[in-house]
Design a binder for this molecule. Structure first.
Ligand code: BGC
Length: 690
């Protein structure tokens, strides 16, 4: 067994090392082979290939031509369909790590798990931008910043694809709410779409050569995404996507729209793209058979490039419960949690107060986000925080108690850790937006416990911002734990006990109230300024749309524009040590600049800092955000240790999208290059002239 694992480990590494051209890149030979196969196919066979098989989650095979049916599985917390598998931290946690190798590791773990099960398409990652705390799927996604989302996505996709599995990035595009997700049209301008909402998809195509793109449920500017030539042809294909464009499940509405709009694969079955509907349209000259051929070529050249015509999809040398995957899940789990507050409560040392009470609805469970992102973890592999704290050993005495009926006398003198938040798969899931408040009277319980105990740490499972105002001033420490996967408990135990320092950073702005978010007045189909967001379907049903009026000024980009300050800024996160920044230099390099600075750990703990590089145009010709993230580096340093960090800013880091030229433009002028701990914590800055 050990031998097998080591051999497969070696394969994992060597494929990765060789990948200078992203794995899965479609070659001329792949294309020609696909064209040749399509020439041999009947119209009926072609119409079969461009839709999923009834029963879902696989394509059709055409046996006489050696074309296999290819299995699919959700994503993104692990391999979901018909199986138990490694449960990885959710997307928001991976983004919060601000660590490209963590993202890549999660991707390769998922890729291995998929290969072990013969799955050819993973339906992940999800990269829709975090526009509001209300979106029920935020936990699956990578936060509010297009650069962070793009870097995380490209790394994760390379991880999956280097294992010989197609990654399917979703949901293209401008799908940022769950309420009435089939019906509400996203009204968005071209600049905002390109600068904010398309960026991660574009990076997936350009940097990672993602094999497949899933369209979204919602219409964009009045046209359903699966039938939008603007999205698919004018953008996605124009960026160089040669892979597959597949619909989300039942998001197709018309044969002509899907055929001419550029969709290749209708999922989960051919509701509108089937032989009996397509044949008469071709016979009557309404659509051209060449459009069908093109879809088949796109599908075939992708599965050829991934080797599915030449090797079995299943790699039986990889165990379903794979040590490497478990390791990747643990690596990611440790780097995701974000410490928002610490007034001396953490870390809890074994030699301090040993009576530790871990309580709360999530103390002894391992919750996960639901919907298609739901996961069925491998039995025995998920460890709760309580169990993990109890196995710390070495002087840690850890007990629990009923969080709704606490024993005040015994709790008063203990060190309390409350684990709350989304408590099962129904708390956050697709198809509905979520409450801002914690569920189930948790606020009241936390407040009551904090009134008894002066030393409370609160740990929260969440996919995004939530209302902590009821108790934030009464507790001593707050950690956002996201949905941390099967290793979330042990990772948190390591952080809480100080074995590792927390190193996650907020991938979105934590405003402190729903209303402060610049998108709030325009979120949902409720376009009035009511503070209690409730969709008013009856009122807007005739023409439901959500206007992206805040434009490019979402999240931290909107702070100066709208004069609002958040409770915790984008990129924020505390650790157990302190870092000093000094000695910035900016030198021209490779059409852009190299930004160098010295980072010193001046505290007492080994810890990681996420150094963030922002570009701030001075007196720009067009409206631009005060600053935008364009680079970051996560650096781990021992106490007293220093390192010179260099972050490269390519020329494109200075560009903005100009609707006048339908493209990107860089203006000459002065720009501040700012290095900071977070979007509101700039510590070094240097002006450059373009
Ligand atoms: C979701 C997709 C998912 C698909 C298949 C849809 O409801 O929006 O993200 O991949 O179902 O489960």
């Amino acid at each position: 067994m050990i031998r097998t694992i080591l051999t497969t480990f070696a394969l994992t590494v060597s494929i990765a090392a060789m990948a200078t051209i992203p794995y899965g890149t479609i070659s001329k030979e792949d294309h020609n082979r696909a064209v040749d196969l399509v020439r041999q196919m009947t119209l009926e066979e072609k119409c079969t290939l461009i839709s999923g098989q009834v029963g879902g989650f696989q394509t059709f095979g055409i046996e006489r031509l050696g074309i296999p049916a290819v299995k699919m599985s959700d994503g993104p917390q692990g391999v979901r369909n018909d199986t138990r598998s490694t449960y990885y931290p959710c997307g928001m946690s991976v983004a919060a790590s601000f660590n490209r190798s963590v993202a890549k590791g999660v991707g390769s773990g998922i890729g291995c798990d998929a290969r072990a099960r013969g799955v050819g398409f993973m339906l992940c990652p999800g990269v829709n931008i975090y526009r509001s705390a209300s979106c029920g799927r935020n936990f699956e996604y990578f936060g509010e910043d297009p650069y962070l989302a793009a870097e995380t996505a490209a790394s994760l996709i390379c991880g999956i694809q280097e294992q010989g599995v197609i990654s399917t990035i979703k949901h293209f595009a401008v799908n940022n709410q769950e309420y009435d997700r089939h019906g509400v049209s996203s009204s968005i301008d071209e600049r905002t779409a390109n600068e904010i909402y398309f960026a991660a998809f574009r990076a997936a195509v350009e940097k990672a050569r993602v094999g497949a793109v899933m369209t979204s449920y919602n219409p964009v500017n009045g046209v359903h995404a699966a039938e939008s030539p603007w999205l698919i042809k004018d953008n996605l294909r124009a960026w160089g996507h040669q892979g597959i464009v597949m619909s989300d499940w039942t998001s197709t509405y018309s044969t002509i729209g899907c055929v001419t709009g550029g969709l290749d694969l209708e999922m989960p079955r051919g509701r509108v793209m089937n032989y009996s509907l397509i044949k008469p349209l071709i016979d009557n000259g309404v659509i051209d058979e060449k459009d069908i051929d093109l879809k088949c070529v796109n599908i075939l050249q992708t599965i050829i490039a991934f080797g599915f015509l030449d090797r079995p999809m299943k790699d039986s040398s990889i165990p379903e419960d794979y040590e490497y995957s478990r390791e990747m899940a643990m690596n990611a789990a440790v780097e995701g949690p974000v410490m928002l507050l610490n007034e001396g409560a953490l870390p809890i040392r074994s030699n301090r107060r040993n009576d530790i009470v871990v309580l709360g609805p999530n103390a002894d469970v391992v919750p996960y986000g639901g919907g298609s992102g739901e996961i069925f973890p491998i039995e025995g592999r998920s460890v709760s925080l309580l169990a993990a704290m109890q196995s710390l050993g070495k002087g840690y005495k850890v007990r629990t108690m009923d969080w709704k009926n606490v024993d005040a006398a015994s709790l008063a003198k203990a060190t309390a850790v409350i684990f709350a938040g989304g408590y099962d798969k129904r708390s956050e899931a697709e198809n509905r937006d979520k409450d801002y408040r914690l569920p189930d009277g948790q606020d009241e319980a936390i407040k009551a416990i904090a009134a008894i105990n002066p030393n409370v740490t609160v740990v929260i499972n969440t996919g995004g911002e939530f209302d902590l105002n009821a108790w934030k001033d009464d507790v001593k420490a707050i950690i956002l734990a996201w949905y941390g996967g099967q290793a979330g408990g042990p990772a948190l135990a390591d952080i809480i006990s100080g074995k590792v320092s927390p190193s996650g950073r907020l991938p979105f702005t934590f405003w402190g109230s729903l209303e402060k978010n610049p998108a709030f007045p325009h979120y949902g189909i409720n376009t009035d300024k009511k503070t209690d967001y409730k969709p008013h379907q009856e009122r807007y049903a005739k023409y439901p749309f959500t206007q992206y009026s805040e434009g490019i000024f979402i999240g931290y980009r909107g702070e100066d524009k709208f004069g609002v300050k958040p409770l915790f800024p984008f990129g924020y996160g505390l650790t157990y040590s302190r870092f000093e920044y000094s000695d910035i230099s900016v030198t021209p390099s490779d059409g852009g600049f190299d930004v160098s600075f010295k980072l010193t750990n001046t505290g007492k703990f080994k810890a990681s800092e996420v150094a963030q590089v922002y570009v701030a145009p001075i007196a720009p010709n067009v409206l631009r955000p005060t600053r935008e993230l364009k680079g970051y580096d996560k650096v781990t340093l021992a106490p007293g240790e220093s390192r010179i960090c260099t972050v490269h800013l390519p020329g494109s880091a200075f560009a903005y999208y100009s609707p006048a030229i339908h493209g990107w433009k860089t203006d000459n002028g002065n720009y501040d290059i700012q290095v900071g701990r977070n979007a509101d914590g700039i510590v070094l800055s240097k002006t450059v002239v373009l």
